[in-house]
Design a protein around this ligand. Structure first.
Ligand code: ADP
Ligand code: AMP
Length: 219
């Protein structure tokens, strides 16, 4: 049983990063965001980061073998022994199959997939108004969830910035990529009976309540 081997899935801007902080606080599992790890590699100008940036700037997916390698290494860290929250991975069927194999190798399996659903026009507004903390990666929104002090993260005091890929043209491409390559995962996980569909068009606190009800009580 792997009740806390969790995935948060949904289109860009659905609120995955926003919900992740409440989920990891409640269940005590690490937040594993492939987007955050890739942006870190870009910032550190590693060979992998420089290669990944070419795809990220266009709103395309980084090749499966690169992202699968990152997740394989991360899941070997001891803090994942009681569970994890994967955010932004898997994004393709081959990634989902690779994850199933990794988990099967340690006699675990995906426990729950939280699918956060939001309509496209709301997603464009959320993403173009999003700002991210340079230090802790927490997202805010200039209108929907503004920081107390403009430009400064409420959580850690870090500087807020706008992601290079949060421009309207790139956002529209990312939504298209999501529909074509990632949305089929909902059916993939439906077949494993692990999907919980959550209405993401609610205030963040209400979304979190629905998410917690879907995952179940803390052990
Ligand atoms: P994702 O990780 O799925 O791409 P984020 O959590 O970064 O999405 O959220 C995208 C943007 O939408 C952020 O600016 C965030 O502050 C805002 N946001 C998140 N959840 C909500 C919500 N329930 N209602 C309105 N805005 C939200
Ligand atoms: P995110 O922070 O999840 O919005 O991801 C930002 C960008 O990183 C995406 O648009 C992709 O270019 C890349 N990325 C993140 N996760 C993955 C993944 N699982 N597979 C391929 N590319 C990814």
């Amino acid at each position: 049983m792997a009740q806390f081997d969790l995935i948060i899935l949904g289109p860009p801007g659905a609120g995955k990063g926003t919900q992740a902080s409440g989920i990891v606080e409640t269940y005590g599992v690490p937040h594993i965001s492939t987007g955050d790890m890739l942006r870190d590699a870009v910032k550190n100008q590693t060979a992998m980061g420089l290669e990944a940036k070419k795809y990220m700037d266009k709103g395309e997916l980084v090749p499966d073998e690169v992202v699968i390698g990152i997740v394989r290494d991360r899941l070997q860290q001891p803090d994942t022994s009681k569970g994890f929250l994967l955010d932004g991975f898997p994004r393709t069927i081959p990634q989902a199959e690779a994850l199933d194999q990794m988990l099967a190798g340690i006699e675990r399996n995906v426990g729950k997939v939280i699918a956060i659903l939001v309509n496209d026009e709301a997603l464009v507004k959320r993403l173009t108004g999003r700002r991210i903390c340079r230090d802790c990666q927490a997202p805010v929104h200039v209108v929907f969830n503004p920081p107390k002090v403009e430009g400064i993260c409420d959580k850690c005091g870090g500087e807020l910035y706008q992601r290079d890929d949060d421009t309207e043209a790139t956002v529209r491409n990312r939504l298209e990529v999501y529909r074509q390559q990632t949305e089929p995962l909902i059916e993939y996980y439906d077949k494993q009976s692990v999907i919980a569909r959550i209405d993401g068009d609610q205030a963040p606190g209400a979304v979190l309540e629905d998410v917690k009800a879907a995952i179940g009580p803390v052990l």
